[in-house]
Structures are given as structure tokens and as C-alpha cells.
Design a protein around this ligand. Structure first.
Ligand code: B4P
Length: 195
């Protein structure tokens, strides 16, 4: 399977690029942000507990997210590959993901790290906030908190995958199409190995 992680800070364009990548490579798109927002909209018990964390700019607890992703991997085991968007966001989640995939003998092939500086991230999220209706976009203080939490809890995930030589840095500033092309170049290198 062609299993890829799209990694980067909040607002780096993971969701934007994922939509284009899954279409081109016929991958399953697993976005924990989207899955959690669906649970919230359906007012499930999981959604109700996740909402408070997300609205506050905090990460949803690992056990909740890992359980949710475990079910999705089981359901999509026969897919051509999975694009993980916004997951893993902690080293605990990364270790759990490796374990889940090792049961299926289908490891992560590459971690594509979208590099965007903090000023640009805040600019993008303020703009997204004008239309998204997301509570975590509405407040600059919450946006700053998300960037702090990213540095403390999520950035170490790239070191975790670095030890297995899986991380590739991709410039995340530029036009959406140029960034997409850079990501495709990297995926093409691994997709040849998978075929
Ligand atoms: P997510 O839904 O994953 O979203 P995100 O990090 O805010 O944004 P993303 O990087 O996808 O950026 P986008 O394409 O929208 O997370 C939301 C919350 O869910 C988390 O804070 C957390 O609470 C919870 N959560 C999710 N996963 C979790 C997990 N694994 N564990 C625990 N909690 C979890 O792009 C941003 C904006 O920039 C858009 O408006 C876009 O149009 C614009 N943009 C994109 N590319 C651009 C470009 N090249 N130039 C200019 N603008 C661009």
C-alpha cells in the first residue's frame, strides 16, 4: 500500500493539498480533523467530548483519536493506499500508528513535511476564519495556542520518523499548484517502489 503522512503545522495546507493528492493517486483520505468535525456535527458522545478540546485549540486525547483511526484502517485495508492528514499529531499516536500498520505488514512509506513560517500560518488561519465557521479559527489567542501546542507536542513526531529516514521537507509557501507538484514529485518516487 502507498501509505503517506502529510505533516505540518496548523494552517500549512494539509487539508488543501490532501484533496488534490487523493484524487490523483486514488488514495483513501484519513483526516482526523474532518473525522472529528463529523462526530461533532452528529453530536455523538465522541464528538461532544472532542468539541471542547478543539474549540480551545487543544489536541483531542490520544486514546480517542487512535481508536477512531484504528477503525478506519481496518475498513480501508484493501485500498491502494492511505493519505494520513493531521495524524499522527503526537509521538504516542505515531507509535500506535506504526503498530496498527505492522499488524497489516504495510508501513508508512514517506512523511511529507510542509514547511511554512509562523507569520504566514497566522495570516492564512485569520483568512480561513472569515469563512470557515470553525471556533478554533475565530480567535487569534486560540490560533497562537495551536502553534505552541504544535511545537511542543506535534513537532517531535518529525524526529520520530527522521530516525527511520522517512521525512522529506517540502516548501509550503507558494501557489497551491506549485506545492502540489513538489509533493507529487516525492510521491512518484515512492509509488514506483510500491508498484
Ligand atoms: P485539522 O483539521 O487537521 O486542520 P488544520 O491543522 O487547522 O489545517 P490544515 O493544515 O489542514 O490547513 P488548510 O489546508 O485548511 O485540525 C483541527 C483540530 O482538530 C486540531 O487543532 C485538533 O484540536 C483536532 N485534531 C485533529 N487531528 C488530531 C489528532 N491527530 N490528535 C488530536 N487532535 C486532533 O489550510 C489553511 C488555510 O490556508 C486555508 O484557508 C487554505 O485555503 C489556505 N491555504 C492553503 N494552501 C495555501 C497556499 N499555498 N497559499 C495560501 N493559502 C493557502
Amino acid at each position: 500500500m502507498l501509505n503517506i503522512i502529510l505533516f505540518g503545522p496548523p494552517g500549512s495546507g494539509k487539508g488543501t493539498q490532501s484533496e488534490k493528492l487523493v484524487e490523483k493517486y486514488h488514495l483513501i483520505h484519513l483526516s482526523t480533523g474532518d473525522l472529528l468535525r463529523k462526530e461533532i456535527a452528529a453530536e455523538t458522545p465522541l464528538g461532544i467530548s472532542a468539541k471542547a478540546f478543539m474549540d480551545d485549540g487543544k489536541l483531542v486525547p490520544d486514546d480517542v483519536v487512535i481508536g477512531m483511526i484504528g477503525n478506519c484502517i481496518d475498513e480501508n485495508f484493501h485500498a491502494k493506499g492511505i493519505l494520513f492528514d493531521g495524524f499522527p499529531r503526537t509521538v504516542t499516536q505515531a507509535v500506535a500508528l506504526d503498530l496498527l500498520l505492522s499488524h497489516k505488514s504495510t508501513p508508512i512509506k514517506k512523511v511529507l513535511f510542509l514547511k511554512v513560517n509562523e507569520d504566514e500560518l497566522i495570516k492564512r488561519l485569520v483568512k480561513r476564519g472569515e469563512t470557515s465557521g470553525r471556533a478554533d479559527d475565530a480567535n487569534p489567542e486560540i490560533q497562537k495556542r495551536r502553534q505552541v501546542i504544535y511545537k511542543e507536542q506535534t513537532l517531535p513526531v518529525s524526529d520520530y520518523y527522521e530516525q527511520f529516514d522517512k521525512v522529506v521537507n517540502v516548501e509550503g509557501i507558494g501557489t497551491i499548484d506549485d506545492i502540489f507538484n513538489s509533493l507529487c514529485e516525492e510521491i512518484d518516487k515512492v509509488s514506483l517502489e510500491v508498484e
